[in-house]
Design a protein around this ligand. Structure first.
Ligand SMILES: [Zn+2]
Length: 130
């Protein structure tokens, strides 16, 4: 274990981009096996080699820069996915809909009948069935 620790000293290790590449590689491996595509298998080898290269790289600054660029695009997607997940999780307690004026996503507690809703973004007032 100490030998491995010494080997990893000064090396970059894993980050969000490496994990994303691993997940993408695993999904492509699964698809490649399902449709029996050698080309996809070849791409997954390249992806897994890139993961190993990034993890063992001693150019920490360059790897950190790559991860920053990745996070710039991934964070909005991640936030959108989390929002959709929370909507699905709480859809038994809340009804979700969009403001007819500004398309802002709104929610009201379920089972309260027809209620008057005021959009917090644009101030539009309308009747909504909960
Ligand atoms: Zn609105």
């Amino acid at each position: 274990m100490n030998g491995f620790r010494n080997f990893m000293v000064g090396r970059y290790g894993t980050d969000q981009l490496t994990v994303a590449l691993l997940v993408a590689g695993m999904i492509l491996t699964f698809i490649g096996n399902a449709i029996n595509s050698h080309f996809l298998t070849l791409i997954t080898y390249v992806i897994f080699l890139a993961c190993a290269y990034r993890t063992l790289s001693k150019n920490v600054l360059a790897r950190r820069k790559e991860n920053t660029v990745f996070l710039k695009y991934w964070n909005p997607v991640s936030a959108w996915l989390k929002t959709k997940y929370n909507i699905i999780k709480s859809s038994q307690d809340y009804k979700y809909f969009k403001c007819p004026n500004c398309r802002q996503e709104l929610r009201v507690p379920r089972g309260k009948g027809k209620i008057s809703v005021t959009c917090q973004k644009c101030g539009n007032k309308f009747i909504q069935k909960s």
